[in-house]
Design a protein around this ligand. Structure first.
Ligand SMILES: [Zn+2]
Length: 94
């Protein structure tokens, strides 16, 4: 059964040394298959909001356990698309 997993990891922020949390989603076609379609979904420092896309050496990256993430991407994408289209519509009105 096809499942999507969210992988979170944490490393130190370059700006404030706070925790940067980074996320990636990957799809596993079944229990024994390797994960495919890995996509980064963003990274942000929880303390200062700095968007640091990767750890700076010699920072240690701590990986959290993968979380089953069944939120249908159609929902998320549809929502984003809708918001984007609304913004476009508003822009056209003014
Ligand atoms: Zn920071």
């Amino acid at each position: 059964m096809r499942k999507q997993y969210l992988h979170l990891s944490a490393y130190a922020c370059d700006v404030c040394a706070g925790p940067v949390i980074t996320g990636a989603v990957a799809v596993r076609e079944n229990e024994i298959s390797k994960e495919t379609d890995i996509r980064q979904v963003g990274a942000i420092c929880l303390s200062c909001g700095h968007r640091q896309s990767g750890p700076t050496e010699p920072a240690r990256v701590r990986h959290l356990l993968p979380i089953e993430w069944d939120a249908p991407s159609a929902n998320g994408t549809g929502h984003l698309t809708t918001a984007h289209q609304q913004a476009l519509n508003r822009a056209e009105l003014h």
